[in-house]
Design a protein around this ligand. Structure first.
Ligand code: MFU
Ligand code: CA
Length: 157
């Protein structure tokens, strides 16, 4: 059942408030980037693109505090739609092998879809979290969870 409208409005208001003054915001680089959180709908799903560089763990906690989870990518159409909003940045997804090295799971939801960049995952120096669009490449890279990245939240069903 979808969340009631007041809950969605509250999540949006909280997101906008937090996003406008995130102390770790490395930019914003432009007026539109200053709108740190941008809610978007695709295929009946509700997303927030959060332009604030956070560790994967903090990103997960922020999504959860808003009633969302880190995004789960289910198919190529969702992957390409998401990429259309990513611009030059890379973004945390929910995919990770934090629990068992080499066993990749989604933090929220489930999916059998994968889109690794060629050569990834390579676990260079211990990389247990996955971001998309690293270095402008259209695919996923495993990356150290403690590094700050922008991130995408998806509303929990
Ligand atoms: C690639 C990536 C790593 C890291 C490194 C600098 O490995 O797989 O995640 O970004 O480049 C050679
Ligand atoms: Ca890697």
């Amino acid at each position: 059942m979808p969340k009631p409208l007041p809950a969605r409005l509250f999540a949006l208001a909280t997101a906008l408030l937090l996003g406008a003054c995130g102390p770790e915001d490395p930019e914003p680089a432009s007026a539109s980037e200053g709108q740190a959180r941008q809610p978007l709908m695709f295929n009946g799903h509700d997303y927030l693109f959060i332009r604030s560089a956070r560790s994967w763990w903090d990103a997960k906690a922020i999504c959860e505090s808003l009633g969302y989870g880190l995004v789960t990518v289910n198919d190529a159409s969702e992957a390409s739609w998401l990429r259309g909003f990513e611009g030059p940045h890379s973004w945390w997804l929910g995919y990770n092998d934090t629990q068992t090295e080499g066993v990749w799971r989604w933090s929220h939801g489930s999916s059998s879809y994968v889109q690794w960049q060629s050569g990834e995952p390579n676990n260079v120096g211990n990389e247990d979290c996955v971001h998309d669009n690293w270095s402008g490449r259209s695919g996923w890279n495993d990356y150290p969870c403690d590094l700050g990245q922008y991130f995408i939240c998806e509303a929990l069903p």
